[in-house]
Design a protein around this ligand. Structure first.
Ligand code: NAD
Length: 474
């Protein structure tokens, strides 16, 4: 049993003013593995005050100083890769193969930001004006449980590279990862107050950060519903806001694709991160003429998917993060049946052979049309739908017929066709025959998948405000 009894404010680990104790679980066993003492609104205010005090001096640091800090942060997070991987597996239930990538990603985003900064010019000319990119001020960074360490490091990397100071509100369910990251970043020796980490509830700590007049910028990753609350809370002080929200990503499987490789890729896109991924490809659009063939392949691929102990090297789908999340996914499986969709594989209840833990049977429905709730709403578990289409026009229309627009997948053997289709898809990212991430490319959503972009140049500039100085050049 671990007890996490401190938060990080003004360069030190301190006891929170908040007194609530919150249980931490191992989702693979549903057993309590520890407790975290949660911060409250008063702690959030202290953290914001520390970040505000630190801002003028930090904003005045040069590129070289910030690059050196980011490199130290990278080295310290990288050095704790094993501990971080273990924490991700234990408290989140990510399969270890995925958890290793997540821990490595938490480190590499810091190095990516350092490298980006090397080539970035904070001053440029626009006609006769000098344009200076100025850091916004104190940034509030709010993360979800499905990739807590990666989001803390990614958001901090961009904020600090820009010269902002920060208050991080991580998911309260991911306190083990947060502790390891906090210790790593503390060891990197940043000036006190430059970053502060306050683990607490969304309704208290998150709400305080979202409304506080001394916070200039919010970068939030989480659900669309909470994103809208944050946007409203920031309206009074016109906060700059980056929102990375939910998705219902289409996978456009074309008739020219090699099904033997395309179908396993589509299933992997849907089941990544045990289905608890905003970018999961959850709507697989299938040419009507090849539906039977695809269904047979899906049954085989999903039947062979390893669900279970996330510590096992060959596990592909781990448990849901919490009982609540497990119940939500079960409700959607039941809903699919009630809506008249046909269960191709999977179904309600625990997978055969598993008696404890929040495991779900990897499930694929067929006979689905795009107006069913299981095709429109984000389920956030390993539950996918096959939707048939007649021709390319209809495939594109179905792909875009969603309130979301985070990511899309195009599976085709014809690059020119894939390019033309990608141009017509309303999504922040379109992945053609790949699941690879590109950290230099912007990431974020169209429509209700969010506002703004993270990563690379666009992610950096989301923490900067352009200022034009005129009259210096006649
Ligand atoms: P959530 O929205 O419930 O919580 C996210 C964070 O917001 C948590 O830290 C939570 O404590 C905090 N929060 C809750 N209420 C708040 C409030 N009123 N004010 C301020 N903060 C508040 O989401 P979750 O359940 O942790 O994560 C799952 C959701 O995140 C899914 O919808 C998923 O699609 C989305 N997600 C999006 C991306 C992306 O990049 N687009 C990535 C991962 C997850």
């Amino acid at each position: 049993m671990q007890t996490i009894a401190t938060i990080y404010i003004d360069g030190a680990f301190v006891t929170p003013h908040g007194e609530e104790l919150f249980d931490l679980f191992n989702p693979a066993t549903a057993q309590v593995i520890g407790q975290v003492r949660l911060a409250d609104a008063e702690d959030a205010r202290r953290a914001i005050a520390a970040a505000k005090r630190a801002f003028p001096a930090f904003a005045a640091t040069g590129k070289a100083t910030r690059i050196a800090l980011l490199r130290r942060m990278h080295a310290e997070v990288l050095a704790r890769g094993e501990a971080l991987t273990a924490a991700i597996v234990e408290e989140y239930g990510a399969p270890v193969s995925r958890a290793k990538w997540m821990a490595a990603h938490a480190a590499s985003v810091l190095l990516d930001a350092a490298q980006l900064l090397e080539g970035y010019d904070f001053q440029r000319r626009a006609g006769s004006a000098e344009v200076v990119m100025q850091p916004l001020g104190v940034a509030g960074l709010i993360t979800p449980w499905n990739s807590n360490a990666g989001f803390i490091c990614g958001k901090l990397a961009a904020a600090l590279a820009a010269g902002c100071t920060a208050v991080v509100k991580p998911s309260e369910m991911s306190a083990g990862q947060t502790r390891i990251v906090s210790e790593a970043l503390h060891a990197a020796g940043l000036p006190p107050g430059v970053f502060n980490i306050v683990t607490g509830r969304g309704e208290t700590v998150g709400a305080e950060i979202s409304a506080h007049p001394d916070v200039a910028k919010i970068s939030f990753t989480g659900s669309t519903a909470v994103g809208k609350t944050i946007l409203r809370a920031g309206a009074d002080t016109l906060k700059r806001v980056t929102l990375e929200l939910g998705g219902k990503s289409p996978v456009l499987l074309f008739d020219d694709a090699d099904l033997a490789t395309a179908v396993p890729l589509a299933i992997q896109a849907g089941f990544m991160n045990s289905g608890q991924a905003c970018i999961a490809g959850t709507r697989i659009l299938v040419p009507q003429a090849r539906l039977a063939e695809v269904e047979a392949l899906v049954q085989t691929v999903v039947g062979n998917t390893r669900v279970g102990d996330p510590r096992a090297a060959d596990t592909e789908v781990g448990p849901m993060v919490s009982q609540r999340q497990w119940e939500r996914v079960q409700r959607y499986i039941r809903l699919g049946i009630d809506e008249g969709a046909q269960l191709l594989v999977g179904g309600e209840g625990l997978p055969p052979g598993l008696e404890a833990g929040w495991f779900v049977r990897p499930t694929v429905f067929t006979g689905v049309h795009n107006q069913m709730r299981i095709a429109r709403e984000e389920i956030f578990g390993p539950v996918l739908v096959l939707i048939p289409y007649r021709d390319e026009e209809e495939a594109i229309a179905i792909a875009n017929d969603t309130p979301y627009g985070l990511q899309a997948y195009v599976l085709s053997s014809k690059p020119e066709r894939a390019r033309a289709v990608a141009a017509r898809i309303d999504a922040g990212r379109v992945l053609v025959n790949t699941l690879a991430h590109e950290p230099l490319a912007p990431f974020g959503g169209f429509k209700q998948s969010g506002i703004g972009r993270e990563y690379g140049l666009f992610g950096l500039e989301a923490f900067l405000e352009p200022k034009s100085v005129l009259g210096l050049h006649a």
